[in-house]
Design a binder for this molecule. Structure first.
Ligand code: SF4
Ligand code: SF4
Length: 291
């Protein structure tokens, strides 16, 4: 009886030792040596894991930076140029600075501009309502106001204005991570250049219906009249399915389109009030564009 117990214990010990040796050998043989620069790059990243860089988290982004030949297509919107310079320093390469971006909301269908046609009392998610029906107004393109964009923002940079019912972006807090862009089921939010002196101009409407129908549902809708396209001296505006779109790379912020738009669908941000003397205003504009 004793010899059976002894035999069992000896066998189990031998098997354990053998398994340990095999596992040790396998671990040594197939050990993945991680580039130590991944940790160094990860250290200089903000660590918020927002996904704005296009990767699942900061560490994945650090791995991509280390593997890449250059940083031309890689950018951390939260850390910005300062952070990317740090990353470049760790990797011993050069990086070209990128211009700052910010989220803009392409809908001006406020409570005042868009008449309510029904009252909604259900789930509080835009993405669900978007799949259920047109919304509380006749515009099937406009903001649903339930704040999926607000819920998605990790930087508390977007909120729903109680007076208008529309999202408002706080440009000081927005890091252009793009989470709200992905969250909006109506594709109303766009990342655009923050612009010179933080000034920018964009069409605050996403309705591609014909002018009459768009206007019937919202007095601030783009009606596709094309007046802005004709007046823009820089060819920065094009019509896309009845809807004007301003290319922020071509726009020189002259504001001619803003004045021309009959429905005030084109918004200007952070501009000083217009001067009453149009000749003087034009001279200042030309000077600003040249500088
Ligand atoms: S912008 Fe889009 S996500 Fe935000 S409240 Fe409006 S419909 Fe919802
Ligand atoms: S407003 Fe949008 S882009 Fe800006 S930080 Fe919030 S989620 Fe990101």
């Amino acid at each position: 009886m004793n010899s059976i117990i002894l035999y069992t214990i000896t066998s189990l010990c031998s098997i354990s030792i053998l398994a340990g040796v095999i596992l040790y050998y396998i671990a040594k043989k197939f050990k993945v040596v991680e580039d130590p620069r991944i940790d160094e790059v990860n250290e200089v990243l903000p660590g918020v894991n927002c996904g704005g860089c296009g990767y699942a988290g900061c560490r994945n982004f650090a791995e991509a930076c280390v593997k890449a030949k250059d940083l031309d297509t890689l950018f951390c919107p939260v850390g910005g140029n300062k952070c990317m310079n740090e990353v470049a320093k760790v990797l011993g390469i050069e990086v070209v600075e990128k211009e700052a971006m910010v989220a803009v909301v392409r809908c001006n269908g406020s409570y005042q501009n868009r008449p309510r046609t029904s009252i909604y009392d259900g789930t509080t998610w835009c993405k669900i309502v978007h799949n259920l029906y047109v919304g509380e107004t006749g515009c099937s393109f406009g903001c649903l106001g339930l704040g999926d964009c607000v819920k998605s923002c990790k930087f508390d940079a977007i909120s729903i204005d109680e007076v208008t019912g529309l999202p408002v972006v706080d440009e000081k807090k927005c890091v252009a991570c793009g989470a709200c862009v992905k969250a909006c089921p109506r594709l109303l939010i766009e990342l655009r250049l923050k612009g010179k002196a933080n000034r920018r101009i964009f069409v605050s409407c996403s309705n591609t219906e014909k002018g009459g129908i768009a206007r019937k549902n919202c007095v601030a809708a783009c009606i596709g009249c094309g007046k802005c396209v004709k007046v823009c001296p820089f060819g920065a505006i094009e019509m896309r399915e009845n809807l004007a779109y301003i290319d922020y790379k071509k726009c020189k912020l002259c504001r001619k389109c803003v004045t021309e738009c009959p429905t005030k669908a084109i918004h200007e941000i952070n501009f000083p009030p217009k001067l009453s003397n149009p000749k003087l205003a034009d001279e200042i504009k030309v000077k600003e564009i040249k500088s």
